[in-house]
Design a protein around this ligand. Structure first.
Ligand SMILES: Nc1nc2c(ncn2[C@@H]2O[C@H](COP(=O)(O)OP(=O)(O)OP(=O)(O)O)[C@@H](O)[C@H]2O)c(=O)[nH]1
Ligand SMILES: [Mg+2]
Length: 426
């Protein structure tokens, strides 16, 4: 994508090396080492804080966000408000307790990132993989030390402008700069060592840190759900035309290739042609599609799909929903109803990489109104700038887990942060 080419070039100029470093053992170098400590402290501190204010307690609140708008038909409508409130409190307390179950060693991220909107455990790809490597790439003794100079600030500011023009969200840009500074300042470089290599490593760390916010592995998570109980529900949500239906078909293909039985639920009863579009995919893929007439009750379709899959012993139900703008409250409520009656294991927000910063705004709004477990970023095969990909996880606290890279059924990749960072840096 070449997003960082200019930045890397600026750093690799030998003149810059003198300007942004100081002789080891000099006073400036001492100061840089002190500054580095402070920067790392503040980064480590911010790491334990939630990336977005609305996500203070995802495991308890995420369900709550969907529930807040539930019609709750099972409840007595004449119950006193206090009783209802207490029941809700008890429900949340139970969900917090569930979230607090001990995590097996090496199994994944911190507890507050472990659960889906319906309390399912999400599986990370590996422990501590994205920890920042503060300077292992640099020589421990001798040579020069990178200082917190004006020159360094100026170069990083230039990078910020470039990132903003590549549709990266402001908050993600700031996070990236902070991590870069913490990684670079105080790093010792031996005389033989190329500044370029150190900078590349620092960038890699900073980018991985951005993308790792709550990252979980799609295949491992779905497989662990299937092992525990079937059918596993996957609900797709997002604004119009982002790639939801296509991604439903791609996921169905991915799972059938892994030997799983899949059912598609045509719960987009809103848009003309949506049901036929999904049914055509189902026919081509040789999977079952549960459908009704246009204008039917999408929650009823989704529930039929889940119940029939349960009766037939099928593994996964993928629920396609209608595209909707995040500001259309009644349509959002229809989504909540689908969620309530199906209790899907996963809610996937489908974003369009071509929408750039708008995709980030939409993700934030969806997360605020409904909450989702992970995102599928489609159309990465187009000339979309990489900014949205680098911002969604940081802005919502929910990771991108799938990448759409074309219109074919095989064009769905696991969004592995390392894969993406390599593609950005190479
Ligand atoms: N190039 C490319 N095109 C894609 C990708 N994913 C989806 N598309 C195309 O984007 C268009 C819209 O895809 P749909 O799957 O119908 O989108 P949707 O979100 O279901 O749309 P609505 O149901 O109208 O909200 C189609 O032409 C797809 O072929 C992708 O990863 N790459
Ligand atoms: Mg669709």
């Amino acid at each position: 994508m070449g997003l960082f080419d200019r930045f890397k070039k600026r750093f690799s100029k030998s003149a810059d090396k003198e300007e942004i470093t100081a002789e080891d053992d000099s006073e400036e170098a001492e100061q840089a080492l002190e500054q580095r400590k402070e920067l790392i402290d503040s980064l480590e501190h911010s790491k334990s804080a939630p990336p977005a204010p609305q996500l203070a307690e995802p495991s308890a609140d995420a369900g709550g966000q969907w529930d807040d708008f539930d019609e709750q038909p099972a409840e007595d409508p004449f119950a006193k408000p206090l009783e209802r409130k207490e029941r809700k409190k008890a429900k949340r307390a139970a969900s917090v307790e569930k979230a607090a179950k001990p995590v097996k060693k090496g199994e994944g991220p911190p507890k507050d990132r472990m659960e889906s909107t319906t309390g399912q455990r999400l599986i990370a790809s590996g422990p501590a993989k994205f920890e920042i490597d503060f300077g292992d790439s640099a020589s421990p003794i001798g040579g020069r030390v990178i200082t917190g100079s004006r020159k360094l600030d100026a170069i990083i500011e230039e990078l910020e402008v470039e990132m903003l023009s590549a549709d990266m969200a402001q908050s993600a840009v700031e996070e990236l700069s902070r991590t870069l500074k913490a990684t670079l300042i105080g790093t010792r470089i031996s005389t033989r060592m190329k500044l370029e290599g150190v900078v590349e490593e620092a960038l890699r760390n900073a980018l991985l840190r951005l993308l790792e916010a709550g990252y979980w592995d799609f295949d491992k998570t779905v497989n662990s759900f299937i092992d525990a109980e079937t059918p596993v529900g996957i609900m797709m949500v997002g604004v119009n035309g982002t790639g939801k239906t296509t991604t439903c078909a791609k996921i169905a293909h991915r799972l059938t290739q892994q030997g799983r039985s899949v059912v598609l639920a045509a719960a987009d009863t809103f848009r003309a042609g949506a049901i036929d579009q999904l049914a055509a995919h189902a026919e081509r893929l040789g999977v079952r599609c549960v459908r009704s007439q246009r204008g039917g009750d999408s929650a009823a379709i989704a529930r039929d799909a889940v119940e029939s899959a349960k009766a037939r012993g099928e593994d996964v139900v993928i629920i396609d929903t209608a595209g909707r703008m995040q500001n259309k409250t009644n349509l959002m409520e229809e989504l909540r109803k689908v969620h309530r009656v199906t209790q899907p294991h996963l809610v996937i927000f489908v974003a369009d990489a071509l929408a750039g910063n708008d995709a980030v705004t939409q993700a934030i709004e969806f997360q605020r109104m409904l909450s989702f477990d992970g995102a599928a970023l489609c159309k990465l095969d187009t000339d979309a700038k990489g900014g949205a990909a680098l911002s969604i996880a940081h802005a919502t606290g929910r990771p991108i887990v799938l990448a759409g890279v074309g219109q074919g059924y095989d064009d769905l990749l696991k969004f592995d942060p390392e894969w993406f960072v390599n593609s950005v840096l190479d």
